[in-house]
Design a protein. Structure first.
Length: 486
């Protein structure tokens, strides 16, 4: 295979994790010399670098597989650079490293071939990989470490977490890998990756855990392990293991323009997802029925909060569990089912993992008071939304106009009253608060706004305040914005 084809391979991190400290290594591993670091207040006596990864690699590699995927693309104008398949969007910094590469002349053949990695989950033939490796696949060849090949079948996929489960039949020589506990993984722990970068099977690389809980914009359940272990296209779906040989992550992404920055899905997430994929082929998630946004220091101050914490409710969906429980727009959720909601990103993950039908207590802040509400979680349904659209306020730095019935119809809005933002001055208070062209201003300081004149009046009344609280509708979603007037 020439170098150009190699560069088109799918990239995804494959790391094998080695825990820092006296627990690193496996049986018979060679112990590295102790390195002693001292400070004026304390000293540590910890082996900082494992002396040998050979036995760890020997233990893990039999459970790592190579996936060769064939996809048929219909009615597509082919790009000579090949298929991207980026699960994070076309403008994502991860874009160049996702999806199978194209072989042959793409203008003459709609067939696309790609390569990825995976690992054996059970002796029954179940294999864990990334969704973006096998999505829309017409043919999957699974090659084991011993060279034997089998036809693979997708039994379940979950695009939201980029996980998938593939099954092969007829093999009596499978080596399942043990699953570790990614919650116990510590920043600075050694990690090792095994996979097929550029199609080079059974490649082993090592590094450390650089960070945990990374949000990279892939979806509402972002919670990635970051590592500096060397990863390249073709590693997607491979295991990230610790020094005990336990899988602690599934390698998924890298930053296209960076070096030594890779991301893996925590294995504890896969532990929740894989059984559902095996049983139903998809994932059932809990649903609460609110749209939320991140709390900023400005919003926290506007809502009378002493600190920036919790998830701000921007909208409550009519008829949802939240609406039935009395949750209101402007409430700040600080705890759900006994689990703290420190940041807005925490809530979707907590709710999604809550069993459907379970009644839970939601703790929230409202007008300076702490309240409890009982909510019965229902099942999430797949929904898609988002839309846009466009008078003058020097105080806010925006140009607006009344929302007309025609605009409302074009924007698919039920409410035909409001004020549409048609321009945001660069560097203005509105721009600093995140207001965008096409936003619809519904409220000023918790009071409804029906037209441009009413908006101007309410903004004039509030211009001497430290901040003006706006309720803005963006597409089908609502959000609050705290604007500091000029």
């Amino acid at each position: 295979m020439d170098n150009n084809n190699l560069k088109r391979y799918l990239l995804a991190p494959v790391l094998v994790s080695v825990l820092l400290g006296t627990g690193y290594g496996i049986s018979k591993a060679v112990k590295a010399p102790d390195v002693v670091a001292t400070t004026p207040s304390k000293s540590i006596d910890v082996p900082m670098v494992p002396g040998n990864f050979a036995e760890l690699a020997e233990m893990v590699r039999p459970g790592v597989v190579n996936l060769q995927v064939v996809k048929k693309v219909k009615n597509v104008d082919f790009d000579p650079r090949g298929f991207s398949g980026n699960p994070f969007g076309e403008n994502s910094p991860f874009g160049d490293f996702f999806g199978p590469f194209s072989e042959g002349n793409p203008s003459r053949s709609p067939e696309q071939r790609g390569v990825g990695s995976g690992f054996v989950l059970s002796r029954e033939g179940y294999i864990v990989t990334n969704n973006h490796v096998v999505e829309d696949a017409e043919q999957i060849k699974v090659k084991l470490a011993n060279g034997k090949e089998y036809n693979g079948k997708v039994v379940g996929r979950d695009p939201k977490t980029d996980l998938a489960l593939v099954k092969i039949e007829g093999s009596a020589d499978l080596h399942p890998l043990a699953l570790g506990n990614s919650d116990e993984l510590k920043v600075g722990s050694w990690v090792v990756a095994v996979g097929s970068p550029f199609g080079l099977e059974q490649t082993v690389t090592a590094g450390i855990v650089s960070a945990k809980g990374r949000v990279i914009g892939s979806g509402p359940y972002d919670n990635f392990i970051q590592t500096d272990a060397s990863i390249n296209p073709g590693n997607s779906g491979g295991p990230l293991v610790n020094t005990k040989g336990e899988v602690v992550g599934i390698n998924t992404a890298i930053i296209a323009s960076g070096q030594g920055i890779g991301f893996a899905i925590p294995v504890n997430m896969a532990k929740e997802i894989a059984p559902q994929l095996q049983e139903k082929g998809h994932v059932t998630r809990g649903w609460f029925g609110v749209s939320i946004q991140e709390m900023t220091p400005e919003l926290a101050k506007s809502f009378g909060m002493k600190e920036k914490k919790g998830a701000l409710v921007a909208e409550v969906i009519a008829g949802s569990p939240a609406a039935k429980a009395g949750i209101e727009q402007g409430d700040i959720i600080v705890e759900f089912d006994g689990k703290e909601v420190a940041e807005s990103k925490d809530l979707p993950k907590i709710v999604a993992s809550t069993p459907v039908g379970k009644s839970v207590t939601v703790k929230l802040a409202r007008n300076g008071k702490t309240l409890d509400r009982q909510v019965k979680v229902s099942e999430m349904e797949e929904t898609v939304q988002i839309s846009k659209t466009p008078a003058q306020s020097k105080t806010l730095g925006i140009t607006v106009q009344n929302l007309t019935p025609e605009m409302a119809k074009r924007l698919r809005l039920k409410n035909e009253t409001g004020v549409v933002v048609t321009r945001v001055e660069p560097g203005s208070p509105a721009a600093g608060a995140g207001i965008q062209t096409g936003d619809i201003i519904r409220e000023v300081d918790r009071k409804p706004v029906k037209d441009v004149d009413e908006l101007a009046k309410k903004v004039e009344e509030a211009k001497d305040q430290n901040s003006i609280l706006l309720l803005v509708q963006r597409g089908q979603n609502n959000m609050f914005a705290a604007v500091t007037p000029k």
